[in-house]
Structures are given as structure tokens and as C-alpha cells.
Design a protein around this ligand. Structure first.
Ligand code: KG4
Ligand code: ZN
Length: 342
């Protein structure tokens, strides 16, 4: 089954063709990110304007690179939410129009189900992940821990009580005078820095919970900067210690969950923050005997359309085409219960 997928939930305009949920025939992204480097975050109206310019060329490029014509497609898929409303509307309107013109069914996909499906991309047959599995989904908008028994069924074990992990990187970068997005900028600044130069608290350390909390780390960084002695700011050490603190909190929750639910077969890390190499090292160190998986390419960690194509295929196979292709509304605040039934 060949699906043309579209993802426009934030500042990226993305289209991809994915076969059977795993085989990526093309994956195209146009990003307006450079426009926001100095602003500390995405400006929604500007992101939507850029989406409008890019959407049709990106879709055509995805078809060209896959060497397919619209008639070769079985289905279309698009992110229906959550995200920035203007950006989402560009993608969903284009998808609804093309579905009508090309007479192909259309699946509305929850953005989070896309991230949860990203570890299947480019994976083949025998090595397919095994349920039940734990997925840490950490990006700029959410930080969630899922225990799933299938692609679309399971439990949301916990989420963040305040900032998302990606937000902790983005806000921390702004404090350090680094550009947006903060994750890659902090990771680069951390090169050569000492992880133990500054000590940050481990959030919710003594509470018996799987919840996340990042706002205290950001505040601790602000106070650390305020209290520095006069002289040059030790940027590398600060970035390395702060990155380490975020990673340790994420890893601590995964370790707790694995202990609490012995049925877990695998642990997956997805979302923009799963691109972080230090986080990957720390989780591998903390869970040496667990099958760990990350998206196979860094471009599958951050927002992309291939993951939406994968999610659509799994949604259709588990819910059936009638339910999966049901008409949908575009929603900036789509509840998580619509990603996975729990
Ligand atoms: O999944 P994503 O592309 O978009 C959302 O759904 O939010 O995630 C973007 C987030 C940003 O906060 C960015 O700083 C973070 O992911 N990020 C990273 C890295 N690359 C992106 N965080 C840490 N290390 C990275 N290498
Ligand atoms: Zn995302």
C-alpha cells in the first residue's frame, strides 16, 4: 500500500511517500526555521505563510522522487492536529483537495501517532519491533511515556507537568544566547564541555511518579547564570551540564517504567529530542539489557511526513479503512486519546 503523506503542524512543510508503513520511497522537507533562528521560537503567522508557498512544490517533489504518478497511490494521509492552526490548515486543505481531485481515500493522523510510528521506518520484516513496548516521545510540544500493546492501543503512563523536554532545550538555549532550535545548538555547544561542571537538580526525584517536569531545570540554569563570577561565561561547561541534566531526567523515567512494567519488550525514543546523541548514550548505558530503538535517521526524529505515512498505514490496518478514512476536522489541540486508545 503506497501512501502520500503530508505534515505541516509547525514550521516544516513535509511530504513523503511510504509503502506498507516502513518503506520510504521519498521524504521531502522545506523548513522556514532559518527565519526564526533569532526570534527564539516560531512565529505562527509567518510559518503558515511559508507553508502556503511550499506545500504544492513539496508534494510534487515527493511524488517525483518516488517516481510515481497520483494514480499509483492507494491513499493520502495528513496530520490533522495538534499544532499551529494556520500551518495545519494548509496541509489538511491541500490533502482534502487532492483526495477529491485524485479520488483517493484520506486518513487524518494524530501528530503523536506519527512520532510513535517513526521507529518502524526503514525497518524490515524479521527485525520488526515487538509489543508491548515503552515509547518516550519527547519533542518541542510534548514529553510523554507510552506503554503500547499495539500501534494504536495502550496506556499513556505519564506526561510533563510543565515544559516539554524540547522546550527545556529551546528556553535554555535562549538563556545561553544560542539560536533556535535549542536542542542542536546546546548539543553543539556542549562539545568539549564537562558534564559535572555544574550540578542541576534531578526533577521529581523523590516522588513515586513517572511524570516529567522541566521548568525547574530552566530556572536553575537562569540562577546559575545570574550567580556566575565576573568574566567570560563558561558556555561549553554550562551547555554540557544542562544537556546532561535533561538527559538524566528522561532516562530516569524510562528506567522506572521498565522496572514497574516487566512485560515491556523494547524501549523506543522518538521525537525531536531523540536526535540527541548524549541522551542516546545515557539511555543505552542505563538499560544495557533492553532492546532500544531510535528512529533510523535523525530526519525521522524531528517532524517529517514519512512518520505520518507509517502511522496512517498502521491506523488503517488496526482500525480498518472505514474508521481510519472517516472525515475529520483540523484541530490545533487534538487530545492524546485520539492518538492511542487508552
Ligand atoms: O518533534 P519536533 O521536530 O517538533 C515537535 O513536534 O515539537 O521537535 C522539535 C524539538 C525542539 O524543541 C528542538 O530543540 C528539539 O526537538 N531537538 C533536539 C535536537 N534536535 C531537535 N533536542 C535535543 N537534541 C537534539 N539534537
Ligand atoms: Zn513533532
Amino acid at each position: 500500500m503506497k501512501i502520500l503523506a503530508i505534515e505541516t503542524s509547525c514550521d516544516e512543510t513535509a511530504a513523503a511517500v511510504v509503502e506498507d508503513g516502513t518503506n520510504v520511497l521519498s521524504n521531502v522537507i522545506a523548513s522556514s526555521r532559518a527565519a526564526f533562528e533569532q526570534s527564539g521560537g516560531v512565529i505562527p503567522e509567518e510559518a503558515a505563510r511559508q507553508q502556503l508557498k511550499c506545500i504544492l512544490p513539496v508534494i510534487h517533489q515527493a511524488l517525483d522522487e518516488a517516481k510515481l504518478l497520483p494514480d499509483d497511490l492507494d491513499m493520502l494521509a495528513v496530520t490533522k492536529g495538534p499544532g499551529l492552526l494556520g500551518s495545519l490548515l494548509v496541509g489538511t486543505t491541500a490533502a482534502k483537495m487532492l483526495s477529491h481531485l485524485w479520488k483517493k481515500p484520506l486518513v487524518g493522523v494524530h501528530h503523536t501517532l506519527g512520532h510513535l510510528s517513526s521507529t518502524w521506518l526503514e525497518g524490515e520484516g524479521e527485525d520488526a519491533p515487538m509489543f508491548p513496548l515503552l515509547t518516550l516521545s519527547a519533542s518541542g510540544g510534548h514529553t510523554d511515556l507510552w506503554l503500547r500493546t499495539s500501534h494504536t492501543k495502550g496506556h499513556l503512563l505519564s506526561r510533563t507537568r510543565d515544559d516539554a523536554a524540547g522546550e527545556a532545550f529551546d528556553k535554555g538555549a535562549a538563556l545561553l544566547g544560542l539560536p533556535y532550535p535549542g536542542g542542536p545548538a546546546i548539543a553543539k555547544a556542549a562539545e568539549g564541555g564537562r558534564r559535572d561542571a555544574f550540578s542541576f537538580p534531578l526533577p521529581l526525584k523523590n516522588e513515586p511518579t513517572l511524570d516529567f517536569s522541566f521548568s525547574g531545570l530552566k530556572t536553575a540554569l537562569r540562577y546559575t547564570l545570574r550567580d556566575l563570577p565576573r568574566g567570560p561565561v563558561p558556555l561549553h561547561d554550562l551547555a554540557a551540564s544542562y544537556e546532561h541534566a535533561i538527559a538524566l531526567h528522561l532516562v530516569d523515567r524510562c528506567v522506572r517504567a521498565v522496572k514497574k512494567f516487566p512485560q515491556i519488550q523494547e524501549v523506543h525514543l522518538v521525537g525531536g529530542v531523540s536526535a540527541n546523541l548524549h541522551l542516546r548514550e545515557e539511555v543505552s548505558f542505563a538499560l544495557p539489557r533492553v532492546q532500544l530503538r531510535f528512529p533510523r535517521k535523525i530526519s525521522y526524529c524531528t517532524d517529517n511526513a514519512a512518520m505520518i505515512g507509517a502511522a496512517a498505514a498502521f491506523f488503517v490496518s488496526e482500525a480498518g479503512p472505514t474508521q481510519a478514512c472517516h472525515p475529520f476536522e483540523t484541530s490545533a489541540s487534538l487530545p492524546l486519546a485520539e492518538a492511542v486508545q487508552y
